[in-house]
Ligand binder design. Structure first.
Ligand code: PMP
Length: 426
């Protein structure tokens, strides 16, 4: 496949953009395919090569690249009035009303511009509301490029995961293994009255879609209730994708105190939100005293795109459709790998999927589960499904970037740069 234009563009980009990109995950070896345009479920690169797109902007594009007429019309008519005002507009009220109507734990929202901004504000809100400092996060979880969560290590030894994050910041963050009830119980036993919040993705979407075991989130809910900590679900990736309009919290039947959104809520434009009950959300300025602000927040074009995307999903069988496609893909991948590469594991749920390359040893994730891992305790492979970020990290992650992704690209299939990020169908 000829990608010489992409190679030349990358060469130029390397002179003016660090690593040639504006988000680290985009820099694939030996050079990324530069995209020229989207077309339904495909992207077309600068050399005219066409790929089936399973990246979908890293999640925001629930409806693929061809926005329905209603979404396009809303975006264009909003834009034609002027790009933004720095004053309230009706469209942000409508989107907040929509989110509050559908997401079980949400009465109010504060809109921001990205997932990172949403989690930054949610952490500050939790600390301000509780008057406590510590934040519990999951090892292998991701909450954006922010100081409080770029932390790795163990509960007793939290360390910054990037230069530039002071150890004095990391010391307020407690990373625990996902799905491990004993580990989180021990943390609450030791630090219960210092914990402002447990911040977790409903499933580890940034570590190959590891699903929660039965009862895990319920236990988090109980521990938070007992100690007065807030439970924050980071639904930046799962929001309006897993569990449809109710989001993953609706599917799991567990109500967090706060929820962070981004990606789909902006319909392909930069938007994010922090949602929750009025009692907590009204701690944000100017209703309360926890400072929060943003020039572009509630940007009218992003609000219009998000609202019309979600309305379209509500009025059409979008979730049945994408979830059926996801199921079909996971089942097909499972059948193929079972036959030809039984050590591999297919993970995912709803419209998310991921293939994990295992080495086949007992500690690593086992053979593919039927139609993806469901963490079903009655399944005879339950013990061998990845439960934590570390389980997935033991797999041969390098094989993805070295062999699998480049080979798939040459077959016309566009996948994320690394093995950890989930893939999406539209
Ligand atoms: N939280 C989660 C769960 C995410 O998946 C991401 C992005 N992949 C973020 C936060 C950060 O969002 P953004 O890239 O919009 O800042």
């Amino acid at each position: 496949m000829n990608r010489s234009t992409s190679r030349d563009l990358y060469d130029r980009a390397l002179d003016v953009l660090p690593g040639g990109v504006n988000s680290s995950v985009r820099a694939t070896r030996p050079y990324p395919a530069f995209v020229e345009r989207g077309d339904g479920g495909h992207v077309i690169d600068a050399d005219g090569n066409r790929y089936i797109d399973y990246v979908m902007g890293y999640g925001p594009l629930l409806l693929g690249h061809d926005l329905p007429e209603s979404v396009q019309a809303a975006v264009q008519s909003t834009l034609s009035e002027g790009p933004m005002y720095g004053a309230p507009t009706e469209i942000e009220v409508e989107l907040a009303e929509f989110v509050a109507r559908h997401v079980p734990s949400v009465e109010m929202c504060r809109f921001v511009n990205s997932g990172t901004e949403a989690t930054v504000s949610a952490v500050r809100l939790a600390r301000g509301y509780t008057g406590r400092k510590k934040i519990v996060v999951m090892q292998g979880g991701y909450h954006g490029a922010q100081e409080s969560t770029l932390v790795e290590g163990s509960p007793d030894d939290p360390r910054p995961s990037s230069p530039g994050v002071p150890q004095s910041f990391a010391q307020h963050t407690i990373p625990v293994p996902f799905n491990d009830q004993e580990a989180i119980e021990a943390v609450f036993e030791a630090h219960g009255d210092e914990i402002a919040a447990v911040l977790t993705e409903p499933l580890l979407g940034n570590t190959a879609s590891v699903l929660p075991v039965e009862g895990y989130h319920e236990r988090l809910r109980e521990l938070c209730d007992e100690s007065g900590a807030l439970l924050i679900f980071d639904e930046v990736m799962t929001g309006f994708r897993v569990g449809g309009l109710q989001c993953a919290q609706g599917k799991l039947g567990v109500k967090p105190d706060l929820t962070t959104f981004a990606k789909i809520v902006g319909g392909g434009f930069p938007a994010g939100a922090i949602g929750g009950p009025a009692e907590i959300i009204e701690s944000f300025t100017p209703a309360g005293d926890v400072f929060q602000s943003g020039t572009f927040s509630g940007h009218p074009v992003a609000m219009a795109a998000g609202l019309e995307t979600l309305r379209y999903a509500a009025e059409n069988d979008v979730y049945d459709h994408v979830n059926r496609l996801g199921e079909k893909l996971r089942t097909g991948l499972t059948e193929i790998t079972e036959d030809r590469a039984p050590g591999y594991t297919v993970l995912g749920t709803d419209s998310m999927f991921k293939l994990v390359f295992t080495r086949g040893d007992a500690a690593a994730p086992g053979p593919a589960c039927e139609a993806g891992c469901r963490q079903d305790p009655d399944c005879d492979r339950f013990d061998r499904c990845p439960k934590t970020g570390a389980d997935v990290e033991q797999s041969e992650t390098e094989r993805w970037e070295r062999l699998f992704r480049p080979a798939m690209l040459d077959e016309g299939i566009f996948l994320t740069a690394n093995q950890m990020e989930s893939q999406f169908v539209s």
